[in-house]
Design a protein around this ligand. Structure first.
Ligand code: UDP
Length: 491
């Protein structure tokens, strides 16, 4: 007699413990939980559960947290309560942090059998290579969540596969082979995989690559229309097991609870205050400047950013998190000079709410992939200032392929944690010029804004019923059901 088909799925989502990695996975959890016959558990630690629970404690289908105890201070050398990369007191502890996160494997496996219903699939951040061993051990399919675009995946693949970097000097320009567009870069603009920093070990990256190679597929926080040719190429490489289901940040509204401000952290300013300030500005006149959740830009360099914002003459919202810069702001008279047109947010900003406000006309971003997507969804032209990781690739996509951004002119990666080594590379004048170009009301500016608006509309349509991301989500779930029923993994 044929056995009953498996329809109920239990997804175990395991994010890396950093906001840029956890936030999209939390949104994915919400999205999956809304699908019929799907249960979702997010694996995290107590401090992170506390931080992100408000996003999930909403009406609608529930997502459970599996809270694994974070290893003790004596075992990790990390301060008590430091369970997320953005709370690291110093980048010198980055490797301790990575090792501590690896220790979660045994904690997870200790309680695996108690999970109910039993998990049917693991969706894991790509940097958690050990989840591939856990998936093998429990005979489950593992899906990689990379958190970056297909453009980046294809660049990575082609750089590994070709010999183009052999013998190249760091500052020598080359063309990334085999891409739909002619993308020119230097090695010093590439992510750590090709341009090592002192804080990443090749061995760790290699493990992540090896783990990805034995995974069932890859889920991408992007939407097909944004980078169609790159999606097509990447699907060919991966035998079709690539699902673009984003932009995930748009699912904050899935419960109609309008919680755009909820990003796992309380800001130094309430969302209401921020909106009130923006309500008083002209439509499309304000520049929003934020360099992400973990960047530690050299204070002297940040001061150039402040001076550039001031010199642009536009109203601005500037998110700052560096004590030295805060001192400069007070002592140099900057705050007084810009008090009528500058809103300074110390710490954490309600970014998605700000970007959705009609007064915002441009987004100065460090080009983290979540920020790029959030800018795209809001129909924003962008001023791009990549800092580290894959951010120069994201800049290429925005400025060159999409035509919705202007670069400030950063020339090379400033590796995370090595900011002191790098002096001032971008001057206030460069910042000002890029802002003026983006905010310009001439033909180029209008054209750029038009493209950005159009992309924003397409992004929003992609997640609607019948849209490309919606269809991809259904397809991914169906393909997992299919392999469960074929008993490929023995589940
Ligand atoms: N973010 C925010 N407020 C801030 C800084 C960051 O809400 O003040 C959010 C932002 O909306 C994005 C994430 O944090 O969702 C940052 O991710 P991204 O990939 O852009 O950059 P990362 O911080 O990982 O470098």
């Amino acid at each position: 007699m044929a056995s009953k088909p498996i329809n109920n799925l239990h997804f175990l989502l395991i994010p890396y413990l950093a906001p840029g990695h956890t936030i999209p996975i939390i949104h994915m959890a919400k999205l999956l939980a809304h699908q019929p016959q799907v249960t979702v558990t997010v694996v995290t630690t107590p401090v992170n559960a506390l931080r992100y629970r408000p996003i999930l404690d909403k009406p609608g289908p529930s997502v459970q947290f599996l809270e694994l105890p974070f290893p003790a201070t004596e075992a990790t050398g990390l301060p008590e309560g430091c369970e997320s990369l953005d709370t690291l007191p110093t980048p010198d502890l980055a490797l301790n942090f990575a090792a501590a996160v690896d220790m979660l494997q045994s904690e997870l496996e200790r309680c695996f059998e108690t999970l109910s219903p039993p998990p049917s699939c693991i969706v894991s951040d790509k940097y958690l290579a050990w989840t591939a061993d856990t998936a093998d051990k429990y005979r489950l399919p593992r899906i990689v969540f990379d958190g970056m675009s297909c453009f980046k995946q294809l660049c990575d693949h082609n750089l590994y596969a070709s010999k183009v970097l052999d013998g190249l000097r760091d500052s020598e320009m080359f063309v990334v082979p085999g891409l739909p567009d002619r993308i020119e870069l230097t090695r010093s603009q590439l992510p750590v995989e090709f341009n090592p920093s002192s804080r990443t070990t090749g061995e760790r990256l290699e493990r992540a690559r090896e783990a990805a190679s034995r995974s069932f597929g890859i889920v991408i926080n992007s939407f097909e229309e944004l980078e169609q040719e790159y999606v097509n190429e990447y699907k060919k490489l991966k035998g079709g097991k690539v699902w673009c289901i984003g932009p995930l940040s748009l699912y904050t509204d899935i419960d109609q609870d309008n919680d755009k401000a909820q990003r796992g952290k309380i800001g130094s300013i309430s969302e209401q205050e921020c909106m009130k300030w923006l309500d008083l500005r002209e439509r499309g006149s304000v520049v929003y400047a934020c360099l992400g959740s973990v960047s530690r830009v050299n204070p002297k360099q940040l001061i150039e950013l402040g001076l550039g914002l001031e010199a642009s003459g536009h109203p601005f919202v500037w998110v700052i998190r560096a004590e030295e810069v805060e001192r400069w702001i007070l002592e140099s008279g900057f705050e007084e000079r810009v008090k009528d047109r500058g809103l300074l947010i110390r710490g954490w900003a309600p970014q998605v709410s700000i970007l959705s406000h009609p007064s915002i006309g441009g987004f100065l971003t460090h080009c983290g992939w979540n920020s790029i997507l959030e800018g795209v969804c809001s129909g924003m032209p962008m001023i791009t200032w990549p800092q580290f990781a894959e951010q120069f690739l994201n800049e290429k996509l925005v400025v060159q392929v999409l035509g919705t951004g202007v670069a400030v002119g950063a020339q090379s990666v400033v590796h995370w944690g090595e900011e002191e080594k790098f002096g001032v590379k971008v001057k206030s004048e460069d910042v000002k010029m890029a802002i003026l170009k983006v905010m310009d009301s001439g033909i180029e500016g209008i054209e750029r804004r038009k493209k950005a608006k159009e992309l924003g509309k397409i992004a929003n349509r992609a997640i609607d019923e019948g849209g490309s991301s919606h269809m991809n989500l259904k397809l991914m779930i169906q393909q997992i059901r299919d392999i469960m029923n074929l008993n490929v993994f023995g589940g």
